[in-house]
Design a protein around this ligand. Sequence first.
Ligand SMILES: NC(=O)c1ccc[n+]([C@@H]2O[C@H](COP(=O)([O-])OP(=O)(O)OC[C@H]3O[C@@H](n4cnc5c(N)ncnc54)[C@H](O)[C@@H]3O)[C@@H](O)[C@H]2O)c1
Length: 308
Amino acid sequence: MTSASEHLPLPADTVVAVIGAGTIGLSWARQFASHGHPVRIFDPRPDLATVVAAFAAEHPDLASHITRAESVADAVRGAGAIQESTPEKLEIKRRLLTDLAAAEPGHALILSSSSTLPASRMAEGLPDQVAARLLIGHPFNPPHLMPLVEVVPGDRTSPESTERALAFYRSVGREPVLLHREVAGFVGNRLQNAVLREAVHLVQTGVVSAADLDSLVTNSLGLRWAAVGPFEGMHLGGGPAGFRGFMEHIGPSFAAIDLHEPDLSAEGMDPVHRQVEEAYGSRGSAESAERRDRIQADILERRNVPPN
Ligand SMILES: NC(=O)c1ccc[n+]([C@@H]2O[C@H](COP(=O)([O-])OP(=O)(O)OC[C@H]3O[C@@H](n4cnc5c(N)ncnc54)[C@H](O)[C@@H]3O)[C@@H](O)[C@H]2O)c1
């Protein structure tokens, strides 16, 4: 069911404040600016001017849309939406929200990129009229490329703010998914965590090498899941009987496969770390990140091709 407010995304000339100019904040700034929003960006980092200048040099078409703000109050003046991407620390986010409560005009959406902190906890101690406009808008990195935004209201977020957030993210080209209740790690990272735990266990027990496990995923599940999710994938894989038939036929055998907890101690992780570093170097290279982003962008472009 939709309501009138869902059809009212922020006009493209509405200012969006980006608080925190790190990995996620800068990527959000790019996405909002590329959809026409004037973006005001604030971060106490001493090199903010250099960072914003480098951004403008790298994206000359967006340069006129990005302004460096001198303070939180300066950033949020007249803003219709505020996307905070400060460090993942409850006390930092709470302090920022207290500043926002004093500074912002009283109608802006307050969206947090937090990966783990629920809006209900962040809102403790805030006035109702601020808590009503605060919710999680959790992206996958980098948000200018990854379409998903997990929208997670807190227990005091108003339904209207949730609808406005969904409409806002759609209007800037993202594909928000609404979570119906707060859950640790939200959904994307819970799924990622489940796969990573089993992956570490399989490498630790010598079933497969780290590099071969990556190859196995990119050549099977990863490729499929860019086109269809696990449920639709199984529905198709189940033939005429669909997912129901698949579960009745193979479900019990799947359920009987035992999954194990990985050994996360330093000793347990050492061989896994060594395998990853042997395969990919001591840290991921810029070239590999560029290749990853290029392939993902190509897949996204292909996904927009209508089915034949
Ligand atoms: N990196 C990821 O993969 C990822 C993915 C999704 C969500 N997130 C979430 O996004 C948020 C930011 O993560 P990041 O990876 O961009 O971190 P980051 O460390 O790259 O950037 C954080 C920025 O916040 C700034 N900052 C510190 N205190 C501030 C304050 N009081 N006001 C304004 N800015 C302040 C820092 O100077 C820094 O530039 C976190 O909540 C994180 O959980 C991260």
